[in-house]
Write a protein that binds this ligand. Sequence first.
Ligand SMILES: N[C@@H](CCOP(=O)(O)O)C(=O)O
Length: 491
Amino acid sequence: MPQYTSTRNHQVALPAKRAIFQGFSKDKGLFVLPEIQKYPLDINQLSGLSYQDIAKQVLTRLLPDFTQDEINQSVDSAYDQTFDSPEIAPLKAVDSFYVLELFHGPTSAFKDVGLQLLPKLMQYVLDDQEKVMILTATSGDTGTAALNGFKDNANTGITVFYPNGGVSFVQETQMRSTFGHNTNLASIEGNFDDAQTKVKQILNDAQLSQELGDKISLSSANSINIGRLIPQVVYYFNAYKQLIDQGKIKAGDKVNFTVPTGNFGDVLAGYYAKLMGLPVNRLIIACNENNVIADFFENGEYNRNRPFFKTVAPSMDIQISSNFERLLYYKSGEDTELIQQLMSDLETTGQFQVDADLLAAIKQDFACGFCTDEEIKEMIHDLYEETGYLMDPHTACGYKVVRDFEEPDSDIPNILLSTASPYKFIDTVYEAVMGEVSEVDAMQKIMAVERQTGFTAPDAIKELFGIQTTEQDSLSINEMRDYVKTKAKEL
Ligand SMILES: N[C@@H](CCOP(=O)(O)O)C(=O)O
């Protein structure tokens, strides 16, 4: 049976269930399945399949120690009632490209795709006596989706850390109104990278693990956990299937995907799909002003020694893109020693340099661009004016990059991943659409944009206004460890 290993040490070998349970490797690497290309999906058989059918095929290949029954039940219950589109992620033609709408789940962002499924899988991972505290660092969307997905799950706690002042009003209200007997929410003094780095330290804190005892473990709901990442592979295949079913391509034709990027999980899932046989021409990465990866594409230097920007696309305000490590692993020929060296450089100096061959190998499949805050607003405004289609700021960032890389003479379809509902970022969307900054409250802005555009806001967002919320806890980074310990002991 294929085993997961660590990006930093091939001696590590774990079945998928244990990799999901642990979430993060003890050597600080990420779990990866070597030679993913050995587990292809037959693209000639995609036509007519449902989203759930494709999900079962992907999971059967990449999570081989789950039984078929466990996979079927997890997929069916994750995507049964919770999404407001039967396609789960519908593909829409807009202008000369396609938008893959990933925001039809309960919290109106693409994270729902993974975080409706991971909690179901987790139920089959835990032994009878085991309890797990799921830790999540968020720049807004993951935390919301993780709280929703794991709330009231048996033998599971969910603890979310977000940067104080670093998420949108709607995202914060969503998190502050999602409570179950097992949910914990804390804002931290620091940015997403600070929260994520601390969470990784806590996950690997041997002393803490001893203090919690045998029966309580820690895991993650971020895309560092392969159980979060693998469900995202599905929508790439499903987008392709929709193009076939709409008569736009035939099986085997190539497509491009453009993906707004923060922690690099979403676009990496597209690369997994490519390795599994999806005919992807190019994966185009879109960054906001935190453009570490765009600069990397210039000269192979990954350098986070720069100012951290709070942008109008806050979910992408990230400079340590965790899943870039997985890409380096695959593209270096699964060279764990090299990855260990590069990641140690990043940790100690804030930067690393790859050689020309590795950079060229990455550029074979990927391109990268970036978008400023001003351009994001312009893109939202322009696309709306030209087509009537309304985008959120993260998708708008991707749209700018689609345009940068457009090849007028090419007939390869371009698919832009739309990561969230525009109504999650109503201040920016209001300004872009209405052409003014306004002091009116978020609900009034939502109603005004709805009236203006005819683009309906999700009920779950409108229901947030007037809903009961709790005050989150507020912590310094140094207080996070004890907070986790206390919450985990309460499980
Ligand atoms: N953009 C994310 C940050 C965490 O990314 P993840 O995919 O690793 O969970 C967010 O909105 O929280």
